[in-house]
Design a protein around this ligand. Structure first.
Ligand SMILES: [Zn+2]
Length: 383
């Protein structure tokens, strides 16, 4: 960046540059401010953006912080899990301790904004990228699954009168400690064999799950959305799977297909750490939450899951790619900078347009009572 441009850009960017004179790259949240400012100015010029009056800024801040409550819950859960892993793994296991650090820094701060079609978007300063443990990553993954498979499934059903979709849970034997890795392989093989005996099944979306049971063995099972053409006999499906094992099947409600489909995917895709914690706290089962597992149990689970693809697709659903290339960050009005605070919530500092829309002001420039700003102000720096 050319230093002579600094005077025309946001004061916070120039502050950051002043405090980090040797940095070669702007961090996400600062870079997006720059971007936000450009967008904002463009929007003001084209009169697309309604400039919010200052009087409503407290409401906006409250609304944003309220919208962040579920995010805060996930961040808390992730931190608890990181503490647990930190405690149980060997001190010299550097890789896992690095993962613990990443989980602790995951989504602690960033910026949030709204797209013109009213979607809330975030740019986080750091993410852990561990979809098997992180409640945030798992949620993103679930949304990707829904984006990817929702339309193809609906299209399949609408294509022919004889096409239907079923939600099913294939259970098999529980596996004793030490046998989880083998169990995960077995059940997938068994499902493939089952599918071979059911040519009416034209496609499937499979999500594998492997929580620890109340008895301390592994309850490996599969959640599967089955796409079927023609007659599908539950009894026969159970016989082929093995009558001694449970196979639950239910037809996806055609009248409310989108909703039931999304619910089925959401439920299936939930990761073991989140699901077991929710169940344990709701007392729905006595199966232990992940953070109650022993060191051996956790290490076995982690090793068995490393490199294991828990989501698979078959037949007409095989090889489907996302039609969108991830989150597009064009056309975003950035509304606030967010920071996770020690009381377990996200704190929002609004990025506001003044009435002329030429300049951003920070909430905390108007209300000086926030500690972090008191601290910031005593540092030396440009205006
Ligand atoms: Zn994370």
């Amino acid at each position: 960046m050319n230093p002579s441009d600094v005077h025309i850009i946001d004061e916070r960017i120039s502050r950051w540059l002043y405090l980090n004179p040797t940095a070669e790259k702007l961090p996400h949240h600062i870079e997006s401010l720059l971007y936000a400012q450009q967008r904002h100015e463009e929007a003001v010029r084209s009169k697309k953006l309604v400039i919010r009056p200052i009087e409503s800024s407290i409401e906006l801040k409250d609304a944003l912080e309220e919208a962040l409550l579920p995010y805060a819950e996930r961040t808390e859960a992730e931190k608890m899990l990181a503490d647990y892993i930190d405690e149980i793994v060997d001190v010299d296991d550097l890789k896992l301790h690095q993962l613990v650090d990443k989980m602790r820094r995951c989504r602690n701060s960033g910026v949030m904004g709204k797209t013109s079609d009213d979607r809330t978007v975030f740019v986080w300063d750091e993410k852990c990228s561990c979809s098997k443990l992180c409640p945030h990553e798992s949620r993103d993954e679930t949304q990707r699954l829904i984006r990817r498979y929702h339309s193809p499934i609906i299209d399949f059903i609408n294509e022919k009168n004889s096409h239907r979709a079923f939600y099913s849970v294939f259970s098999y034997q529980n596996y004793k400690p030490g046998d989880l890795k083998e169990g995960k392989r077995d059940i997938i093989k068994r499902f493939n064999k089952w599918r071979g005996n059911h040519p009416e099944v034209k496609g499937a979306l499979l999500i594998e799950e492997d929580p620890l049971s109340v008895h301390g063995d592994w309850n490996v099972h599969l959640n599967v959305i089955l796409l079927v053409d023609g007659a599908f006999c539950y009894g026969q499906a159970r016989t082929t799977w093995g009558n001694e094992y449970q196979l639950y099947i239910t037809k996806l409600n055609q009248d409310n297909l989108t909703k039931t489909l999304i619910e089925a995917i959401k439920y299936s895709a939930q990761i073991v750490p989140s699901k077991s914690a929710a169940k344990a706290s709701a007392n729905a089962t006595r199966a232990p939450a992940m953070i109650q597992w022993s060191h051996e149990q956790w290490i076995e689970w982690w090793k068995a899951n490393k490199g294991f693809r828990r989501t698979r697709s078959y037949g007409v659903l095989y090889g489907i790619k996302d039609d969108e290339a991830g989150d597009e960050l064009t056309d975003v009005t950035w509304l606030g900078e967010i920071e996770f605070s020690h009381d377990g919530r996200y704190f929002v500092s609004l990025i506001l347009g003044d009435k002329s829309g030429r300049k951003y002001q920070r909430m905390s420039d108007l209300f000086d009572q926030y500690d972090q700003w008191d601290n910031y102000n005593v540092r030396e720096g440009p205006p």
